[in-house]
Design a protein around this ligand. Structure first.
Ligand SMILES: [Zn+2]
Length: 97
């Protein structure tokens, strides 16, 4: 079996390098809105995070998203991402490219 190179990305929360497919992309659009990008195809600056609430909480605590986006991330952004993560994580995992 040929080994393919797995694209790795760093989680903004736990700082671990993981298979890109295990992480969710968070993207900042042109209007400064933040959203999850399960397809990885949205335009804008992106950051990656594990699909779990712990890592999002860690990212909030360590200001991981602020560092990734080099801009302030309002608390309500974290809150709505958290909500979306808790309600939509299954559909994210099942999405195909
Ligand atoms: Zn993580």
């Amino acid at each position: 079996m040929k080994q393919r190179k797995i694209p790795l990305r760093k989680c903004t929360g736990c700082q671990e390098m993981k298979n890109k497919k295990e992480l969710i992309r968070i993207v900042r659009g042109e209007e400064g809105t933040f959203s999850f990008d399960p397809t990885g195809k949205k335009a804008g600056r992106g950051a990656y995070i594990c699909a779990n609430a712990d890592c999002l909480a860690k990212a909030q605590k360590s200001k991981g998203l602020e560092r990734s986006f080099k801009s302030p991330v309002p608390k309500d952004v974290y809150e709505s991402l958290m909500k979306e993560l808790l309600t939509g994580v299954e559909s994210i995992g099942e999405r195909n490219e």
